[in-house]
Design a protein around this ligand. Structure first.
Ligand SMILES: Nc1ncnc2c1ncn2[C@@H]1O[C@H](COP(=O)(O)OP(=O)(O)O)[C@@H](O)[C@H]1O
Ligand SMILES: [Mg+2]
Length: 499
């Protein structure tokens, strides 16, 4: 209930203003009316009492000789002379025993006044006696004296009705003015409320529009008061919001572009690593072919070409061409491969990897040591996994060359553990410096010269394993013994859940 009243009064600013003004006016005007009427009442009453006393004193003085001479007609004339005094209820002359000697109303002549109030007269010693003094009536008695002898009473009563009327009129006027003040106050506060809330409503409307996506909408700035300042402030806020939204949008577009660029460069890196491998693989057979061909030419020109030598050379050239053709087929099959989930033997997959990389390792005297669990199958993206192994082992090869490691070693092992396929690649190239080991999977991170490194290989590998196969890839450094020699190198561990 109390809450409902509170809500009713506070619902709108207009309502709050009107209620505040009405209450203030009502309270202040009531206090004012009360104060003014009570003062007026006191003043009027005092004035009436004085008049009544003076009038009674005059009556007392003027009637002395008539009372002395028992002249009733004279007394009557004096009474009549004041009968027309405004608001006079009655005037009378009484003897000391309260017998009426003269009265504005004849029927009381010679009667005794014996009511309770009048009895005070008999017992009183005061010269001026106020018998009744209230809001409605004043009744005063004054002794009629001759020298110092008390011979009778003069008594007058005056009605206060006129004063009551005057006061009522004051109250009525007061109420009228209060009502006018309330009505005018309400109108003004209504108008003020409307003007205030118009400004605020405009702000509310603008912010709603913004919420609904109309970002161009701005608050009305015409006002010069605080609401105007607020509107300008809010507009400035909207402006900066809009510009920062634009900035964010631009950043988003930029990052999409960067991502696209990254994908493109990944493809290029992919091709780069491949072509590097092909080049290595082709170098030896090509140089064999070239040696045989120039040998044939030389022997022919010397007239020294035996049939046997010719046949042997041609056979060898043919074999090597055949080898070139097989390797190019291998690469083509690999590059063409679709991204489909296959069920494959890990050792088969490693064989393919070997045929794609063997040329490189041979040309740098690197030995590949395999330790593969027997008949280990898995479901997955075979070609991507081969690509990952190439990327990782090419880094080992690069490190072996860079650190001048003689007799480079690359160990690849695979096994199953806790329903995961684990593949590890280890080298003897002294390891990855600890201050960069946390960064090697980041895009474009490379420690190699621009012409050699792109910083994409491991990032691509990370994406394939973590995002493409829900696996993990971890790099660490290890020290180990192999064939009685101590080595140090990097160890990359790939874990792929079996599906
Ligand atoms: N086996 C490793 N031994 C030493 N450092 C390595 C090895 N593998 C990766 N790294 C470091 O990680 C970096 C990033 O490798 P990668 O993403 O393949 O880019 P890139 O080979 O183009 O430099 C390399 O530049 C190298 O510093
Ligand atoms: Mg690399």
């Amino acid at each position: 209930m109390l809450k409902a009243i509170k809500i009713f009064f506070n619902k709108t600013i207009k309502r709050q203003l009107i209620i505040a003004v009405v209450l203030t006016h009502a309270v202040m005007m009531s206090i004012f009316i009360f104060d003014i009427t009570s003062n007026q009442e006191k003043f009027l009453h005092k004035q009436s009492l004085n008049q009544a006393i003076n009038l009674t004193k005059t009556l007392s003085k003027n009637s002395t000789s008539w009372v002395l001479s028992d002249d009733y007609i004279g007394m009557e004339e004096i009474i009549e002379s004041i009968a027309l005094y405004p608001n006079l209820q009655y005037a009378m002359l009484l003897d000391k025993n309260s017998k009426v000697l003269a009265h504005t109303n004849n029927k009381y002549l010679n009667k005794y006044v014996s009511d309770k109030v009048s009895q005070k007269i008999i017992t009183s010693n005061d010269e001026v006696l106020i018998l009744v003094d209230n809001k409605y009536l004043i009744d005063v008695a004054v002794k009629v004296m001759r020298d110092s002898q008390h011979i009778a009473w003069a008594r007058i009563s005056i009605s206060q009705d006129a004063n009551v009327d005057v006061l009522n009129e004051v109250v009525q006027k007061g109420i009228t003015y209060t009502l006018i003040a309330i009505i005018l106050g309400s109108i003004f506060s209504y108008l003020l409320g409307v003007s205030l809330t118009n400004g605020l409503n405009n702000l509310i409307e603008v912010s709603k529009e913004h919420e609904n996506g109309n970002k161009q909408k701005r608050a009305n700035e015409e006002r010069i008061d605080e609401i105007g300042t607020l509107s300008r402030q809010i507009n400035t806020m909207f402006d900066s919001m809009q510009s920062s939204e634009k900035r964010i949008e631009k950043q988003r577009e930029d990052s999409i572009k960067t991502e696209e660029l990254l994908i493109k460069s990944r493809h290029l890196a992919d091709m780069g690593e491949m072509i590097g491998n092909i080049a290595h693989q082709w170098r030896q057979p090509l140089s064999i072919i070239s040696t045989y061909a120039s040998g044939l030419l030389f022997n022919k020109s010397m007239g020294n070409l035996s049939d046997e030598h010719f046949e042997k050379s041609c056979k060898s050239i043919e074999n090597n061409v055949q080898y070139l053709s097989t390797t190019i087929d291998d690469f083509r099959n690999f590059v063409k491969g679709d991204r489909i989930i296959e069920y494959f033997l890990i050792s088969d997959m490693i064989d393919s990897y070997k045929s794609l990389t063997i040329g490189v390792y041979k040309s740098h005297d690197i030995t590949l040591v395999l330790n593969l669990q027997d008949k280990l199958h898995m479901n997955g993206y075979r070609n991507e996994l081969i690509q990952c192994l190439i990327n990782i082992s090419n880094n080992s090869k690069d490190a072996i060359i860079e650190n001048d490691v003689n007799d480079g070693l690359i160990f690849i092992s695979s096994y199953e553990e806790n329903n995961n396929i684990i593949i590890t690649i280890k080298d003897n190239a002294l390891g990855i410096p600890s201050k960069i080991i946390d960064k090697i999977f980041e895009p474009y991170f490379t420690t190699k010269h621009k012409s050699q490194g792109t910083g994409i290989g491991l990032n691509m590998t990370y994406k394939f394993i973590v995002e493409g196969m829900s696996g993990t890839i971890v790099a660490s450094n290890v020290s180990y013994k192999y064939e009685n020699t101590d080595y140090k190198g990097a160890l990359i561990t790939i874990t792929i859940p079996k599906i």
